[in-house]
Design a protein around this ligand. Sequence first.
Ligand code: CU
Ligand code: CU
Length: 383
Amino acid sequence: MNDKRILRPFTRRDFLKTLLGGGLAATGVAASGVVASRGGVASRHAASHSTEGHTAHTNRSTPVTGHAHGGTGTVGQVDHAANGFDPTAMLSDWDYGQVSTLPGGQTLREFHIAAVDKEIEVAPGVFFPAWTYNQRVPGPSLRCVEGERIRIKFVNAGSHPHTIHFHGIHSARMDGVPGVGAGEIAPGEETIYEFDAYPFGCHLYHCHANPLKRHIHKGLYGAFVIDPDPEKYQGEEHELAKARNHMYPETQEINEMVMVMNGFDTNFDGENEVYAVNSVAFAYMNQPIKIKQDQLQRLYLVNITEFDPINSIHLHANFFDYYDHGTTLKPTHKIIDTVMLCQAQRGILEFSFKGFEPGLYMFHAHQSELAELGWMGFFEVTG
Ligand code: CU
Ligand code: CU
């Protein structure tokens, strides 16, 4: 991918091979199962762990043929209960905050976010010492409506100074960067971020403490979705806004999902060894996302991957409409099957499998290396 890697004496590939070749102690990573990829690496793994592979198959709701025998994926299961979050639930477990009305009539939404150090399992047996918002990576998927007053009470219960920087429109004081407003919040301290929610779209928040690269890759980020307010729009736009606002039945008929594309540097070499959406490598291969053939699918996609300049999503056997940053009511790209995102770029994908044959439809990053190291999944289309 870049010259740097060619010059490196010890690459990510070497790291994986070391794991697979039994050099676990030398790497300092507790790994009972590892990320396997196509070809020789996977077959070596399957040969030494064939029993584990079969056990894993019986635990799956939908066995994926060839998964542990030369296919792509992981062997074994991540303990979602110990993590305290499950990637399947994370697709739609929005945090709508506490809603009340201010004296002037404006809606107030209050959110509570605490930064907490927590070790998480990002692939079977591969643990990462994360810094989290509310003990999960990504942090809670915050959802509100355009024009509402947003109040976030932030408590730093972690071991390092942190902030929350929101993408959106707000005053400099509320920007969550070092040296401005409350600046970096020291361990044990707290602050309140408050602003009106604009513009509607698919946004994100993340820690902006120094060094930035470290505070992001450790896991301090999450999705922040502002729904359009239909009352602000007329005619066709009014109708389109209703189908994008979680308080309207038009939106509730749509299957909405959130995916935050991320990566984990498990050996602290400044590169990612594990990639995913919603943190767990191959989570949606092991548990394909069940979707109904006739239902419109809407995917809020955010890229927060550190170290790699780009990430992407590619849908197999289908095409989607795309709303760049989610800030328009009509698609900015129509009928595409791949979109590329740099860090913090995000957008909304809309697609449907209406009329398609039921089955497993793959999606993944179209940087093959990212896909093979965990960023790959299936939609299970049912009739
Ligand atoms: Cu931080
Ligand atoms: Cu940012």
